[in-house]
Design a protein around this ligand. Structure first.
Ligand code: WT7
Length: 650
């Protein structure tokens, strides 16, 4: 970890919030931030109770927080509804005819939905869901392209208390099947296809593969939106066309008041075992936390056109495309496709044409743009931009500085936001009008968040030293449990280091109290901001008939942040060949998804193991990085000899 990231303590440049931005920001000084922060930590119930007053509750809470480690309840006894707060609440205000969503498809089709129109569409879809026999508490898998209907589906589910489980459109049939079955989803909502790099992503076809041969017995209905008009397989009695079902649906659909602890949704993410974790969030706390963070971290105003480039298939899209911004009555820009279609100017051209004011994207995207040359950016008028954000992985200072200068023209503050699927919302980030930034640091905790950097026993490490990033007390956006697996929740998050929330990240705190996130310290790899468990990849590899054993590690990559290197031993009777290498790469793509494709497959005669049989990943990492301390290890035989030698030493 340390040698991969360099000595971050040496990064000393400080950028105060740009003056023009500061003038209109909600929080305009570090003192103001500190005062509010200290209050939020001293009196979390008072703080969050006051924040929650901004929203609509069908029934008020009788206690703000009930905390019995590791179980938390926020707004105990209260009833609310995410959809009501994101949509209906704005209808009696001047926001009613304001744009909620401005959408651009990859082929260039543009659509705007006002809050009133969004309300009507959400109600119609909610009525369709009811018509399919779905009700409060049922789980529904959503496998859709990045089109407004995806946001509409989420809100329609939220309106009725149906628990959505969005599966990123890049996941394979096998991954879809596993997730659908884990949550015993009653329906799948999908589209015929979606546009990506001028090609059709065959979503419905993949759903059919996932459900084939009765593999998902809980699924009764598949609702299909027509996006691309491509030919698709059809199962009579099970499959329903969206446009047919919606034709007669009413734009009136009463909101279901939900207990604040009711599950809002499940979102699967990777952990250190092969089985994905179904992270479960609760309606009340999640709503308050995502809305509050969105407002202060993005300084959201009614005049903004806010664009988060993430896919709704990940938590970033849930919290900062759909729920957080809409709960603030903001206007959200949504784009369906790839950043390089028709060319690398696409993002900047859209920012210019739509006059986008806030851009929230990932370091890996920034690095890809840097590679293409500044002209794609500089030929566009980006003067509408006032704030930039990044998320998903540590941002290298060079990329930060490029973003600041070439995109933001030194006028736009950058918020480097650290958080996780499990945290529901952003936990560590600058406040754009208040916090002086340092390239590569996520800076300071948000209100109500108490992070620390500790050793294995939970003892804080000294300033400037590396340790584990933990959070000392719960915040409203915190996950409630893992779907169907409360023990794993307790063990993975609250028992690794006793009595604190364990993030899985390494971190360092500097003299100013700024946090520097160093990346995962568990067996989770971050490729282009996509979280992948090495155990999942190993599981995929050993599914190939030629593979005896596999060990997978993450190595630094200039473009994608990290990349996968797979060490594989073959069963006897199989010959090492480029053909098998190719097959193994495809195997991972088909079991998990194309985004998980390994960068390198290396055959070896043996894997280095400890006496107790544990694979020595640290050694493999050295081998993959061609660590000079190992001598010349470029041939396969060298690796296995080395592996044997090292294993004997253990
Ligand atoms: C992991 C969580 C939260 C939305 C996207 C990813 C890494 C995330 C940052 C950041 C350094 C970051 C961490 C974290 N990460 N944001 N600003 N700086 N690292 O959500 O898939 O749950 O992944 O992403 O390693 O643990 P996720």
């Amino acid at each position: 970890m340390a040698e991969e990231r360099g000595n971050v303590a040496e990064q000393s440049a400080v950028f105060p919030p740009p003056k023009e931005f500061q003038k209109t920001a909600y929080i305009q000084s570090l003192d103001e931030y500190r005062e509010r922060y200290e209050r939020s930590i001293r009196d979390p119930e008072g703080y969050w109770g006051e924040v929650a007053e901004e929203f609509h509750w069908f029934k008020k809470w009788n206690q703000v927080r009930k905390w019995e480690e590791p179980w938390v309840e926020w707004f105990v006894g209260a009833e609310t509804n995410l959809c009501y707060n994101c949509v209906d609440r704005h209808l009696n205000t001047e926001r009613r005819h304001k744009a909620a969503i401005v959408f651009e498809g990859e082929p260039g089709d543009v659509r705007t939905l006002t809050y009133q129109q969004l309300h009507d569409e959400v109600c119609r879809v909610a009525n369709v869901l009811k018509g399919l026999g779905l009700q409060k508490g049922d789980r529904v898998a959503v496998y859709m392209p990045m089109i407004p209907e995806l946001a509409i589906v989420l809100l329609a589910c939220a309106r009725l208390g149906i628990i959505h489980s969005v599966i990123f459109g890049g996941f394979s049939a096998e991954a879809v099947r596993e997730r659908v079955n884990d949550a015993t989803c009653k329906a799948v909502i999908t589209a015929d296809g979606g546009w990506r790099r001028a090609k059709i992503v065959p979503l419905k076809e993949t759903v059919d593969k996932a459900l084939a041969d009765g593999a998902c017995p809980s699924v009764e209905k598949v609702l299909v939106f027509k996006r691309c008009g491509n030919d698709i397989p059809w199962t009579e009695g099970r499959d329903v066309w969206w446009h047919e079902a919606i034709a007669e649906a009413s734009t009136d659909c009463p909101v279901e008041p939900l207990d604040a602890q009711h599950p809002a949704f499940i979102l699967y993410t990777s952990g250190s075992t092969g089985k994905p974790k179904g992270v479960q969030h609760a309606v009340g706390g999640y709503m308050v936390y995502t809305a509050h963070t969105a407002k202060y971290i993005f300084d959201l105003k009614d005049t903004d056109l806010y664009w988060c480039t993430a896919d709704i298939g990940w938590i970033t899209g849930h919290s900062y495309i759909v729920y957080g911004p809409l709960a603030n009555g903001a206007t959200v820009f949504m784009y369906e496709g790839a950043p390089d279609t028709p060319n690398w100017g696409r993002f900047w051209e859209m920012i210019e044409r739509h006059r986008i004011t806030i851009l929230y994207t990932a370091p890996t995207a920034i690095r890809a743009f840097i590679r293409q040359g500044n002209q794609w950016v500089t030929q566009h008028d980006l003067s509408s931009l006032r704030l930039l954000g990044t998320v998903g992985e540590p941002i290298n200072p060079d990329a930060w500085l490029w973003y600041y200068r070439v995109v933001g023209k030194e006028r736009c503050p950058i918020v480097d936001t650290w958080w996780q699927t499990e945290t529901g919302g952003i936990l560590i980030s600058p406040l754009p009008g208040a916090t002086p930034t340092k390239p590569g640091s996520a800076t300071l905790p948000f209100f109500g968040v108490e992070p620390d950097v500790v050793d294995q026993d939970g003892k804080p490490v000294p300033t400037g030293e590396q340790g584990f990033l933990v959070i000392r007390q719960p915040w409203p956006g915190m996950m409630r449990t893992l779907w169907g697996d409360p023990d794993r929740y307790r063990q993975s998050y609250w028992e690794v280091i006793p009595h604190v929330y364990f993030t899985g990240d390494g971190a360092m705190r500097d003299r100013d109290g700024y946090f520097w996130i160093l990346g995962r310290i568990d067996d989770v790899v971050n490729i282009s901001g996509h979280r992948i468990g090495t155990a999942e990849v190993e599981h995929a590899l050993v599914g190939h008939p030629a593979v005896a054993e596999a060990a997978v590690i993450g190595v630094p990559d200039e473009l994608t942040g990290q990349a996968l290197v797979c060490f594989v031993t073959l069963k006897s009777g199989y010959q090492k060949s480029d053909e098998i290498k190719g097959q193994l790469v495809e195997q991972v793509a088909s079991v998990i998804g194309k985004f998980a494709r390994p960068k390198e497959i290396r055959f070896t005669d043996a894997l280095p193991k400890t006496r107790s049989g544990k694979i020595m990943r640290r050694l493999l990492r050295k081998v993959a990085l061609r660590d000079p301390s190992l001598g010349n290890i470029d041939t396969l035989e060298d690796i296995s000899v080395l592996a044997k030698l090292q294993a004997d030493e253990e």
